[in-house]
Write a protein that binds this ligand. Sequence first.
Ligand code: FAD
Length: 326
Amino acid sequence: MAERPDAPAPPMEFDLPVHGGFAPVGFGETFPEDAPDADELEIAGEAGQDPAAAFRRTLGMFATGVTVVTTRSDDQVHGMTANAFMSVSLRPPLVVISVDRRAKMHALLHEGRRYGISVLADEQRALSDRFAGRTGEGTDEVEFDIVHETPLVRGALAHLVARVVRSNWGGDHSLFVGQVEYARYGEGRPLLFQGGRYQHLLERAPVFSSLPQEILDAITAQGDERTFEEGEFVVREGDPGDDLFVILDGEARVERKGNALATFRAGEFFGELAVFDDRPRSADVVAATPLRVLAISRDLIREALIREPRAAWGMLEALAARFRDD
Ligand code: FAD
């Protein structure tokens, strides 16, 4: 490839050969010398908008999860929030992260060094802020588990440990391709990032359970009690969504194609959306333990709302709250 005379030279460290069991072929052969300079890049932003800001905002439209990248150096644990994480290959198992060259993390990563990826859960926003340097040192102690000599943030939705097999210069960031040595996933909702702010998946945002207790009591009063053995299906994907359920005792697991999506416990409702929109169930619900539920039919809910207009208003408030992201 012809090198442009004005192309910035990649730092030496990125020309290192890959030693050991695995050497990706071809990676690192292309550098972005062929990319246009910033002033050659056509950006269709608003009139008068700073092109760099418009470019950033364009990239920010891509929704991602949020991870904390961790590594250990001289027994010191260092972590950094990163959303530029991507899977690369299943065989061999490879992932990549993109790290700002000014970040402390950048100086710590090199070929052979392991990094941990902790995929943050929805309720771990404070950790994301913490590892992005947005909160002070006075915040709570962070707990790590050590796997393959690599720190991982406790309580995260998924964990990976990868060993850097190739690093590639990418302008003001560098790409660190890691061969995965360890992977684990749990269940729960992920923290999301899009448009420069945190976002949420709405699928488990409650409607019924946010109603005042006396209204809930009026709706559930005529429910029909049902029991299930452990492992028994409560609803199946594709079934008509005629009933709303509230758990009295035990736990129910939501599954799609055999993958666990969430677990509901005593006092929690499930089946809310289908009972409103009259569409088929979008997932299976299986009794994770012996289970006792109250099933409330759509007709009973409708009657309760007609009898008690405050309940209808409360439900509108609960729905409106779903669209708030604070
Ligand atoms: P520092 O800025 O020194 O450390 C980061 C913070 O982590 C500090 O507050 C530090 O106190 C805390 N910390 C570090 N280790 C520990 C520990 N052991 N225990 C407790 N606290 C600790 N930058 C990228 O390069 N790539 C990305 O993909 C990326 N994505 C981001 C996504 C989001 C949603 C956000 C908010 C930021 C992102 N950033 C990304 C920016 C990056 O997180 C910050 O610039 C970060 O401050 C860089 O960290 P650093 O390695 O320079 O270390």
